[in-house]
Design a protein around this ligand. Structure first.
Ligand code: XMP
Length: 506
């Protein structure tokens, strides 16, 4: 299948870029920035290369290591069009001998740019458009062999072309950046890519692939209740029917009624065999005395694997373990980032692994979920971390603290639902802090817990902003929590964005 390869220089928008190219019908994939031209060739049918944006500053890189190569220049000899975006553009400009000057104050802002529509990248685009550009390094002294094809009065040259190599300072993949989709579509045309990718084709091919691999063997899949494992289960079920069994591990770290809602919905919506490992007590015992957040995660993962192994042995003879690993999870774990908690552990359990959605991004899994008949409320459900409420309790996890947190969280959820705010919020939850503070109850002073409310807006969890609730809403939630939840006498609202804070507290 024809494809476009994205070299990853660390831009937070790379997954959006990947999804946009695929939406335009072209299979694309992200590879590490160190990938050489010969490795790209091995990927077969590569019709174009994109050098992505990224946080590095060319000037500093050159100063620190003047002799090191910033990219494999042989990529320009692959005889396929190359597009550099933002940092990728600067890399190419530097390679062609232009001057790249650092600007310390990096702001992502709107700029008006004028385009030369003789450049095929801008074919059918308006002459003047408004785009988002990171005010980063400036490009000047561009050699005459390189054609400047877009300029802005505030930034100077913002795009260039040299034969089949293009550089644009803007991020065409970012929503709200005018004509970004058209620019990507033009690049696809320049590459001469056949548009062979669609989720329908993907599904059909994946089902055949699984049938061929698994044959009559049995597969077990850990169902978490989230969209990834659910979509993975639905695809596997289409391929192998009753040879698939799902196992839900009740860790006791879920929110009010969460486990039963997950199980009932799954049983209603599918005919997939489902077993439940009810092991809340075991998880709580293992978490006794554990305070460090990473240690909590490790205890939960280890216990999960132990429980999974035990039940899998009990309920059948499984050769394969199905997992809802996403493209991002694989990319992050292979390239040294934070991996999805249970992926990478499958071999330890002694199964062969099967990952039906490992080529897909989160946005694509949601879209596929819709095509497979999942309802919108489920698809838009807020993310819930694998370690569950354990990382929303600062300090040791106890049954009492879990109950306090569940009750407080349920009040927040009820009020959010009542005020129809679910669709505006990416995530909202309570955290049981380890601050005990003074309160009054009758004539007595009491030292009770403090609940923090966290509610954020975000597109993908990478950046997030705190939600500006109406004060009356916060007052009502606070009043209800201190009145209705025994053990809480103070409620605070978290008003920090990510970055610098993370969404979760641990
Ligand atoms: P942070 O807290 O890093 O979270 O801003 C970003 C997103 O990831 C979720 N999250 C986790 N999910 N296991 C998970 O499965 C984890 O250990 C974990 N930690 C954070 C978090 O809920 C948010 O959606």
């Amino acid at each position: 299948m024809d494809k476009i390869v994205i070299l990853d220089y660390g831009s937070q928008y790379n997954e959006i870029l990947l999804t946009k190219l695929r939406e335009l019908g072209v299979y694309s994939l992200i590879v590490p920035k160190t990938t050489t031209a010969s490795k790209i060739k091995e990927l077969k049918d590569v019709k174009g290369v994109i050098l992505s944006g990224g946080p590095s500053i060319i000037g500093e890189e050159v100063k620190n290591a003047p002799d090191s190569k910033l990219f494999d220049e042989e990529i320009l000899n692959l005889n396929v069009p190359v597009l550099g975006i933002c940092y990728g553009m600067e890399l190419l400009a530097h390679h062609f001998g232009a001057k790249v000057t650092s600007v310390k104050d990096r702001e992502f802002d709107k700029h008006v740019i004028r385009l030369s529509n003789s450049c095929p990248l801008f074919f059918n685009l308006r002459d003047e458009i408004v785009v988002y550009i990171t005010k980063s390094d400036r490009i000047s002294d561009i050699p005459s062999s390189v054609q400047i094809v877009a300029e802005s009065s505030s930034l100077g040259p913002v795009a260039f072309a040299k034969d089949y190599v293009y550089g644009v300072m803007r991020h065409p993949e970012v929503d709200g950046s005018e004509e970004g989709r058209e620019l990507l579509s033009n690049f696809i045309d320049i590459c001469g890519c056949k548009k062979e990718w669609s989720l329908e084709n993907f599904l059909e091919n994946k089902i055949n692939e699984i049938k061929e691999e698994v044959k009559d063997e049995k597969v077990i899949l850990g169902l978490s209740g989230g969209i990834d494992s659910t979509v993975a289960a639905l695809i596997l079920h289409k391929a192998i029917g009753d040879n698939l069994t799902c196992l839900f591990v009740e860790t006791g770290l879920h929110r009010v009624n969460e486990a039963s809602v997950i199980l009932n919905r799954f049983r209603e919506k599918s005919k997939i065999q489902l077993d439940v490992a009810d092991e809340g007590e075991l998880f709580l015992n293992r978490l006794k005395g554990v305070v460090d957040p990473e240690e909590k995660r490790k205890v939960i993962v280890d216990t999960f694997i132990e429980v999974f192994k035990k039940y899998a042995k009990k309920i059948g003879d499984f050769k394969y373990l199905g997992q809802g690993t996403l493209y991002t999870d694989i990319k992050e774990s292979k390239w040294g980032g934070k991996s999805k908690v249970i992926s990478g552990t499958a071999e330890d359990i002694g199964f062969k692994i099967i990952e039906p959605i490992k080529e897909l991004t989160k946005a694509e899994v949601r879209e596929l979920g819709r095509k497979l008949g999942l309802d919108e409320a489920f698809i838009k459900r807020q993310p819930f971390p694998f370690p569950g409420l354990a990382i929303r309790i600062i300090g040791e996890v106890t049954l009492l603290k879990l109950e306090i947190l569940r009750e407080a969280n349920e009040i927040l959820s009820q009020e959010v639902r009542k005020n129809h705010l679910e669709t505006e919020l990416y995530q909202y939850f309570c955290v049981l802090t380890n601050i005990d503070s003074t309160g009054v109850e009758g004539n007595n002073k009491i030292y009770y817990h403090t609940i923090a409310i966290r509610a954020v807006t975000s597109n993908n969890g990478i950046n997030a902003d705190f939600y500006k609730f109406d004060m009356n809403f916060l007052e009502r939630v606070s009043r209800r929590i201190v009145n209705e939840v025994r053990g809480v006498n103070r409620v605070v609202y978290d008003i920090t964005a990510k970055p610098p804070s993370t969404i979760e507290y641990q």
